[in-house]
Design a protein around this ligand. Structure first.
Ligand code: BDR
Ligand code: CA
Length: 317
C-alpha cells in the first residue's frame, strides 16, 4: 500500500519539482499540501501549489494555509534574492492558469496534527520550507512530536550555508522554529545542503522535457531553466541548480539513497551564528533523534528523478 505523504511547501521552483516527484511516485500517496512562506508569501505558495496540482491532474489533493511569517516576527516580506532565484511569482515567471479551486478552510497546523493522529508513523511529512507550521503543530498537540515522521529539506552541517556563512535558507527564515523541531521531534531526517548541492539539474536535462512536446514538459523545463540561470549567477562553479526539495522527497521514499550521521541537533538563534545547524552539546550521549544525510547516491537519485518527472510530463494536461 502506498504510504501517506504530506508536503509542506513554499512553492518555489524546486518545491514544484518536489511536488512533481511525489505525484510521480507510486510508493506514496500525497494526502495534502500545506503551504508556508519563504520563496514567496504563503498565499502565493498556496496559489502555485493549487495551480501545479491542477496542471498535473491532481485536483483531489487538498491544500492548507500555514502561518504567513516566522514565530518571532509579525510579518514577512519576500527577500530580493528569493525573487531573483525563483522569480517574483515563485515559479520562474512562468504563467500557468489559477486553479479552479481554493485552499481549504482548515489550517495547515490542524491538518498536520489530525493527519499524525490518523496515520501515526505510517505518515511521512516532508517540509521543504521554513519549519514554522511543524513547530506550531509540535506545540499545539501532545502526541505530534512523538509520532510524526519528518524528513526535512533544511540546514547545512558539513558545508557552508547559502544565506549566511553558516545558515541554510529554510532554517534562516525561522531559526527558533527549526530549533524547536530538532529538539522536540522524535524522528527527524535532515536533508540539507550537505547532499542537495551534489544533486544537480542541467539544461541538458531540461531539454529532454522540452522535447516531449507537452504543456507539462514545457512548463517544467521553463521553470527549471529559470532556476538554472539564477544558479549560473550565484554559484557558477556548480554547472546546474541544486535539486534540494525533490531530494528530500526521494529520501523520504527511499532512505537508502543516502548515508547518515545520527545526532542531536540544535539551531543557534543568537548572532553571529543565527541559523546554524550544529550538534546540541547539552544532549551528548543521549539517544539521537535526527539522522543527517551526509552522502547521497547521485546517479541513482538523478536517474529516478529524470525518469519519474519525464513520465509525469509526457501526459498531456
Ligand atoms: C531551500 O531554500 C529554498 O529557496 C529552496 O526552495 C529550498 O527549499 C534551499 O536552501
Ligand atoms: Ca523550498
Amino acid at each position: 500500500m502506498a504510504r501517506p505523504l504530506i508536503l509542506d511547501l513554499d512553492t518555489g521552483i524546486d518545491d514544484t519539482l518536489a511536488l512533481a516527484y511525489a505525484l510521480a511516485s507510486p510508493e506514496v500517496e500525497l494526502i495534502g499540501v500545506t503551504a508556508t512562506y519563504g520563496n514567496v508569501t504563503v498565499e502565493q505558495g498556496a496559489r502555485n501549489s493549487l495551480a501545479m496540482l491542477e496542471m498535473f491532474g491532481a485536483t483531489h489533493v487538498p491544500v492548507f494555509l500555514g502561518p504567513g511569517h516566522a514565530r518571532t516576527r509579525s510579518s514577512f516580506e519576500v527577500a530580493e534574492i528569493s525573487s531573483f532565484i525563483h522569480g517574483a511569482n515563485g515559479i520562474g515567471e512562468v504563467e500557468i492558469p489559477d486553479a479552479a479551486r481554493a485552499a481549504q478552510d482548515t489550517s495547515a497546523v490542524d491538518f498536520l496534527i489530525d493527519s499524525v493522529r490518523r496515520y501515526g508513523e505510517d505518515l511521512v511529512i516532508v517540509p521543504t520550507g521554513p519549519s514554522t507550521s511543524v513547530a506550531a503543530a509540535i506545540e499545539a498537540s501532545k502526541g505530534f512530536a512523538d509520532n510524526a515522521h519528518i524528513v526535512m529539506m533544511a540546514g547545512a552541517l558539513t558545508v557552508p550555508g547559502n544565506v549566511t556563512a553558516c545558515s541554510e535558507a529554510n532554517v534562516y527564515q525561522d531559526p527558533e522554529a527549526a530549533d524547536l523541531v530538532f529538539r522536540r521531534a522524535r524522528d527527524v531526517t535532515m536533508v540539507g545542503l550537505d547532499v542537495t548541492l551534489r544533486t544537480l539539474l542541467t539544461s541538458a536535462d531540461t531539454a529532454q522535457w522540452k522535447s516531449l512536446g507537452t504543456k507539462r514538459g514545457e512548463v517544467l523545463a521553463a521553470l527549471a531553466d529559470y532556476y538554472i540561470g539564477a544558479y549560473a549567477t550565484t554559484s557558477p562553479h556548480l554547472g546546474g541548480c541544486g535539486l534540494h526539495d525533490p531530494l528530500a522527497v526521494a529520501i523520504a521514499i527511499d532512505p537508502d539513497l543516502a548515508t547518515y550521521v545520527e545526532l542531536n541537533l540544535k539551531v543557534d538563534t543568537a548572532a553571529p551564528l543565527r541559523g546554524r545547524t550544529i550538534g546540541d552539546e547539552t544532549r551528548l550521549g543521549q539517544v539521537a533523534n535526527t539522522r543527517v544525510a551526509v552522502s547521497v547516491d547521485v546517479e541513482a537519485f538523478r536517474s529516478r528523478f529524470m525518469h519519474r518527472l519525464s513520465a509525469l510530463a509526457s501526459a498531456s494536461s
